[in-house]
Design a protein around this ligand. Structure first.
Ligand SMILES: *[C@@H]1O[C@H](CO)[C@@H](O)[C@H](O)[C@H]1NC(C)=O
Ligand SMILES: *[C@@H]1O[C@H](CO)[C@@H](O)[C@H](O)[C@H]1NC(C)=O
Length: 221
């Protein structure tokens, strides 16, 4: 009997941990509009300081301009416009955010990246996107598809994913993310553009590349 309780307790503990780490914690009040802490040297651990709810205004819950296309003339040919807790302070503690992504015609790329704190659900408004994500080790299976306007695709939390415009016109997508601050780690930038740089010897082994190639890649980021 004791053993059964122990197993039940263990299962509940595992479930509690998996819920706790699956997404942002749930709020314990209607809202908690973020304000910057004014105390010097303090650290914000989970979420942000809250405004007195009586002082909250409509603009704490509002953002405008996601209808405006962004200029995609950059090295990858895409621009992500985030709308998270930094743009809408009222999102603090609510576990959700949004992005608009613009892609240049014929190849505009949102390069392989992960969101450490959020699952993403993306809907294509314009254009044709080649999208995909890769499962974790050891299989590293690629799950990918060509998307057209109206198509929706999910990128599970933490997995490396990408989108590329494979059409001849501009492409536009919107995506919701299950965190007020999902975070982004772009693979190439993190690995080859870290500050300070990772010792090239470590990358030579990891990528099975000549040291010259590694140094060249490091110079590009
Ligand atoms: C909080 O601080 C950040 C960074 O210093 C700034 O960009 C932002 O506008 C500030 N937000 C408010 C509500 O004052
Ligand atoms: C987009 O940005 C590029 C490079 O910064 C610039 O040359 C170009 O004029 C911009 N295009 C528009 C429509 O603003």
């Amino acid at each position: 009997m004791k053993g059964a309780y122990f197993i039940l307790g263990f299962i509940l503990l595992v479930l509690a941990f998996s819920f706790a780490s699956a997404s942002d914690p749930s709020p314990l009040q209607d809202f908690c509009v973020a304000i910057n802490d004014t105390k010097k040297g303090s650290v914000i651990v989970n979420g942000k300081f809250c405004k007195d709810p009586k002082l909250a205004t409509v603009n704490d819950f509002f953002f405008s301009g996601l209808n405006i296309p962004k200029n995609t003339s950059n090295s990858v040919g895409s621009v992500v416009t985030p709308v998270n807790v930094d743009q809408i302070p009222g999102l603090n503690t609510l576990g959700i955010s949004l992005v608009r992504i613009d892609y240049a015609p014929s190849g505009g790329l949102n390069p392989p990246h992960t969101h450490p704190r959020g699952t993403e659900i993306l809907v294509v408004l314009e254009g044709t996107l080649y999208v995909g994500f890769v499962t974790s080790n050891p299989n590293n299976r690629l799950i990918s598809k060509i998307l057209y306007p109206g198509d929706v695709f999910v990128f599970p939390i933490g997995l490396i994913h990408f989108q590329q415009n494979v059409g001849k016109t501009n492409a536009v997508a919107f995506a919701g993310l299950s965190s007020q601050n999902p975070g982004v780690i772009t693979m190439a930038n993190a690995v080859f553009g870290s500050n300070p740089p990772i010792n090239p010897d470590a990358l030579t082994g990891a990528f099975q590349l000549d040291k010259k190639v590694v140094k060249y890649l490091q110079s590009r980021f």
